[in-house]
Write a protein that binds this ligand. Structure first.
Ligand SMILES: *Cc1c(COP(=O)(O)O)cnc(C)c1O
Length: 451
């Protein structure tokens, strides 16, 4: 199944790892020096190799190195970088018109992307969607809509959550350094609740779901008052927080509490959406039907686009002109999204994501079994992580995490780190990565742990 099911529109780049210089190589280092005179260090790069081409499962740099991509530009290029169908759709659109502003003179592709979002997101109720530019902007708009419709102020976010870098979404984000430090004061009426983090739950993973839900519900009720809460904003698998899968039962309990109290449930599927977790949306795993869903990253094959999709009766309430933006739903991004969605559906990338998980999890499980520094292996589909710890089996080990990531990079495997404690290695390969590169990447990771 898997071989026929993917890769019909595969990159023409040679699908090989090739390390021909130090990484980063001399030309990348030269470019990096130039960059430091032009770009402030506040904008970082995980691995400053300067890219010339990318596609399938590889990224090629200016020095001629070809790296295996376990990052997908942070879960964005799920259909592969420069996927031929996406590239063709964008080129065609660019030759016709590049912008009119949907709020000035509209065009069909915006409507088609919204129809696709309404069709594909969880729940068979009537839906509406708006398009914006980034994940953060989608979350901002979901909160605006929730406050408008409920007439309430309070927004609930969770420990280890990440929702973006704008004032409101930085406030919703849990982690101080680097996202919030020095950037306050923060937006008002944001409250943070416990997250069901199985690996670090004091009474053990088996109690985590119900206990965390009970704590969160008690705190919402007693500290904020349920009738003051407009919405909860939650990632169905936490992204930057370290691919924490909320313990079973936690999300359904929160969703049920929301429903009973007129609180809108906003699923932030910016990182988890569009087949990444082996379902089209991660909420489907426990049958959650959110009131509002935010999408971005994997939606448009690398072009900037984001969406808010919600129940028609919620979305239709906001007054005309209350929502929008100059670039939101740009025609190039819409053309890319329609092509990417077509690839995801016709090439069965949810199945492909599941196969990636089924391939990675046993390999990482074996690594954890022989190396006690791997404390936890988790994730679903092509959103997989390992959490690294010290000898006691629980204390976070961010130093080792950085060291392993560095060894992977030096050997031509691009991996990302994550987590509140900086001790998580996360893997987000393009869903179209060829099998031999996925396996070679896992070999490199094994070698990095072997020292
Ligand atoms: C990346 C991310 C965002 C922010 O998206 P941007 O496009 O970077 O603004 C919001 N929520 C989640 C869950 C994310 O992973």
């Amino acid at each position: 199944m898997r071989r026929e099911a993917y890769g019909q529109t595969m990159s023409e780049l040679p699908q090989e790892r090739r390390v021909v210089t130090e990484i980063p190589g001399p030309i990348s280092r030269e470019l990096h020096a130039r960059r430091l005179d032009a770009v402030p260090p506040g904008v970082g790069s995980v691995l400053p190799v300067y890219v010339t081409d990318a596609g399938g499962g590889v990224i090629v740099d200016v020095d001629g190195n070809s790296l295996i991509d376990f990052g997908s530009g942070i879960a964005v290029t799920s259909v592969g970088n420069a996927n031929p169908k996406v590239a063709e759709a964008v080129a065609e659109q660019a030759a016709r018109f590049t912008h009119t502003c949907f709020m000035v003179a509209p065009y069909e592709s915006y409507v088609s992307v919204c129809e696709a979002l309404n069709r594909l997101t969880p729940g068979d109720h009537e839906k509406r969607s708006i398009l914006v530019n980034s994940g953060a902007e989608a979350v901002e708009n979901a909160v605006k809509i929730a406050r408008y419709v409920t007439g309430r102020d309070a927004i609930v976010a969770f420990d280890h959550g990440y929702h973006g870098r704008t004032l409101l979404t930085m406030t919703l984000t849990a982690k101080n350094m680097p996202y919030k430090h020095g950037f306050g004061p923060y937006a008002p009426e944001v409250y943070r609740m416990p997250m069901a983090y199985p690996f670090r739950w004091p009474s053990g993973p088996e109690n985590c779901g119900p206990e965390a839900a009970a704590q969160a519900i008690d705190q919402i009720s007693k500290q904020i008052g349920a009738t003051n809460v407009a919405a909860v904003v939650i990632e169905p698998i936490l992204g930057e927080g370290g691919f924490i899968e909320p313990a079973p039962g936690f999300l359904p309990a929160i969703a049920e509490f929301c429903k009973a109290n007129g609180i809108l449930f906003i699923a932030d599927e910016v990182q988890t959406g569009f087949a990444r977790t082996g379902d089209l949306f991660a909420c489907e795993h426990e049958g959650i039907v959110p009131d509002l869903v935010t999408t971005a990253k994997g939606i448009a094959g690398g072009l900037p686009l984001a969406g808010v999709t919600g129940r028609a009766e919620i979305m239709d309430k906001v007054h005309p002109g209350g929502l929008g933006g100059t670039f939101g739903g740009n025609p190039l991004s819409c053309a890319a999204a329609l092509a990417a969605i077509d690839v995801i559906e016709s090439e069965k990338l949810t199945e492909r994501a599941r196969w990636i998980g089924e391939t990675m999890l046993p390999r990482l499980g074996a690594l954890a079994a022989r190396d006690p520094r791997v404390g936890d292996v988790r994730g679903r589909g092509a959103m997989i992580a390992i959490e690294l710890v010290k000898e006691d089996g629980i204390t976070p080990n961010p130093e080792l995490t950085a060291e392993i990531a560095g060894r992977c990079h030096a050997n031509g495997l691009l991996v990302l780190t994550a987590g509140t404690y900086g001790n998580v290695l996360r893997f987000l390969p393009p869903l179209v990565i060829p099998e031999h590169l996925l396996l070679e990447g896992l070999d490199i990771l094994d070698e990095a742990f072997a020292g």
